[in-house]
Ligand binder design. Structure first.
Ligand code: HEC
Ligand code: HEC
Length: 347
């Protein structure tokens, strides 16, 4: 009884908190595409009052910057020994991830956490598991300088890019000051903002196409809402708009063992005790293609990830029927990039 009071109180609190969040960070929902709101209303009966919103179908970006940023994203000269590019760990034909529990950087060095996908990253309110980068532009400073990733620095990168005539020309056409670290970051970020994956079957359902998802998937969505997953995984990105403690019920870290600094999450950014073990709630879009799961890459199957969430975030044990339906619902969130599905080879 006491626990159910606590539970309901907590849901109410989260509902209010998310409303406030939407009020103060409306940018997540609309900023990238102010001109396409009308596109959301393609059919009568659109479900626009749901806790999840569809990804806008169009986004206006400077295509020349998208092209330049895409080249940089795939250019190993951003790493010190020219062996690693962004796509090494964010493979765009494999859901934007490396499918490793911990990424491999220069000289095979293993990173501290699992690589999240770059798809739809522009829809997240902050970047990285602990939110230490406010923007995509700022995020680029991370991998380029991290000794376990690209292990380089701006003077080296700029020097290498200036030796390439094509880059000099492209940057000069787009930026009055040519090749600078700021312009490199900006063009990569523009490319990444174009990595949205609209038009998933679930988004078509939200837009009013009631047959876009199956009965099982509808059931899964109902569980997802009724159980309370949606309290944390919500908005356009089905996540990516708040920090939450991993282990609201039970002690995830004690059960897993071997706690490391990277498990402290948001605490590493703020130094505030209340932020220990808090992480950015990840987006669940395209989650069928982004295993292994969690910041520690500890879960390889989506079923296990869902059950772990129910246990540690909601204090619930799911029936097989609930788990299966939720997994089916989650798979209906897979979208398209440039008209093709994201799964690549393993789908
Ligand atoms: C060696 C592997 C590796 C390379 C190379 C790499 N990344 Fe990442 N990326 C990661 C990991 C691991 C994280 C998560 C780190 C964290 O949260 O502390 C990450 C996080 C991100 C995020 C944040 C996503 C989110 O939801 O928080 C973005 C965006 C991103 N990388 C883009 C890039 C770009 C752009 C480059 C190239 C300049 C790049 N990455 C190079 C492994 C890599
Ligand atoms: C209290 C907030 C909260 C609730 C409720 C919640 N989650 Fe999560 N979810 C998180 C956080 C935080 C993470 C990231 C955990 C980590 O690795 O640090 C996460 C991660 C996940 C992941 C892994 C995603 C990835 O890319 O690694 C899946 C899948 C997931 N949640 C599904 C669910 C489902 C299904 C439910 C309901 C049964 C649910 N979550 C309920 C906060 C929540």
């Amino acid at each position: 009884m006491k626990r159910s009071f606590f539970y309901m109180g907590w849901i109410a609190f989260m509902a209010i908190a998310s409303l406030l969040l939407w009020k103060f960070f409306p940018i997540n929902l609309t900023s990238t595409t102010p001109a396409v709101d009308s596109k959301l209303m393609i059919e009568a009966g659109s479900k626009l009052d749901e806790p999840i919103q569809p990804i806008p179908l169009e986004i206006r970006l400077d295509e020349r910057k998208v092209a330049l940023g895409g080249r940089l994203f795939h250019d190993a000269r951003l790493s010190r020994d020219n062996t690693i590019n962004c796509a090494t760990c964010h493979n765009l034909s494999q859901g934007g991830v490396d499918r490793l529990s911990h990424s491999k950087g220069m000289n095979g060095e293993l990173g501290d956490v699992n690589a999240p996908t770059v798809y739809n990253s522009g829809l997240n309110f902050k970047q990285f598991w602990d939110g230490r980068a406010e923007t995509l532009e700022e995020q680029v400073n991370g991998p380029t300088h991290n000794s376990k990733e690209m292990a380089s620095d701006w003077p080296q990168i700029i020097k290498k890019l200036k030796e390439d005539k094509d880059y000099v020309t492209s940057f000069d056409q787009l930026y009055p000051d040519g090749i600078t670290d700021q312009n490199i970051r900006e063009s990569i970020a523009v490319f990444e903002k174009g990595l949205n994956t609209p038009d998933s079957r679930f988004d078509r359902y939200l837009r009013g196409d009631v047959n876009a998802i199956t009965q099982d998937e509808k059931e899964g969505y109902r569980f997802f809402k009724d159980l309370g997953c949606v309290v944390c995984h919500q908005g356009v990105n089905v996540g990516g708009n708040m920090f939450q403690t991993l282990g609201k019920f039970g002690n995830y870290f004690e059960d897993r063992g071997d706690v490391k600094k990277s498990d402290w999450g948001r605490f590493n950014v703020t130094g505030s005790e209340k932020d220990r073990y808090k992480f950015k709630v990840p987006s669940l879009r395209n989650v069928e293609f982004t295993a292994p799961y969690f910041h520690d890459g500890s879960q390889t199957s989506l079923e296990d990830a869902v059950e772990t969430m129910a246990k540690y975030q909601l204090g619930r044990t799911l029936s097989n029927e609930e788990t299966d339906a939720i997994v089916k619902f989650l798979k209906s969130l897979s979208g398209e990039y440039q008209g093709t599905s994201l799964g690549g080879s393993s789908s």
